[in-house]
Design a protein around this ligand. Structure first.
Ligand code: F42
Length: 148
């Protein structure tokens, strides 16, 4: 089920436009970054402070039906805000992969599990390795395990 409540589109135009096209076409359009071939999926989170519904496209990093949210933000110094939304409301997350929207539960990973998923992330989108070089923070990975 989609998260209920007021949807507040991203203040970033390219992000909210990609969400709009992806949702309208069931992922047939808007499913890559411009000029790239790697697929994206769209995640919905609940705002940690506002309680509003937030949507973000991220690169598709999937294994055995589990999705990873890689909080790279292009190697920026700070974590993206959706990371804090997941910490506040780990059971309020959905992932849309193509036409299919699934509910899930979010869980940040560390240690060996992190290393294994970091390899998968870089295999899916090699730029993540450059982003990690650019920033002093360790880029978090949050798994979304579907419940529907
Ligand atoms: N970002 C990534 O980090 N990793 C990716 O793999 C990735 C891929 C990608 C592909 C396509 C595309 O279009 C975008 C992609 N992005 C990727 C960018 C991603 O979608 C996000 O835009 C980016 O990670 C930044 O997320 P952000 O949540 O920090 O965005 C800011 C600009 C934002 O939306 N800010 C809002 C605002 O109004 O200023 C706040 C949003 C919010 O959730 N607020 C919370 C609330 O309560 O509502 C408060 C959160 C808190 O601080 O507690």
């Amino acid at each position: 089920m989609p998260l209920e409540g007021e949807y507040e589109p991203s203040p970033e135009k390219w992000v909210r436009d990609q969400v709009e096209v992806y949702e309208r076409t069931g992922g047939r359009e808007g499913n890559t970054l411009p000029g790239r071939t790697e697929p994206v999926v769209v995640f919905t989170t609940r705002g940690a402070k506002s309680g509003k519904v937030r949507k973000n496209p991220l690169m598709r990093v999937e294994h055995d039906g589990v999705y990873a949210m890689v909080a790279s933000q292009g190697g920026a110094p700070k974590h993206p805000t959706w990371y804090f939304n997941l910490k506040a409301h780990p059971d309020q997350v959905t992932v849309q992969d193509g036409e299919r929207v699934r509910d899930g539960v979010a869980r940040e990973i560390e240690g060996d599990e992190y290393d294994q998923w970091w390899e998968r992330a870089v295999a899916a989108y090699r730029d993540y390795a450059d982003y990690q070089q650019k920033t002093a923070r360790k880029i978090p990975i949050v798994l979304v395990e579907p419940t529907s």
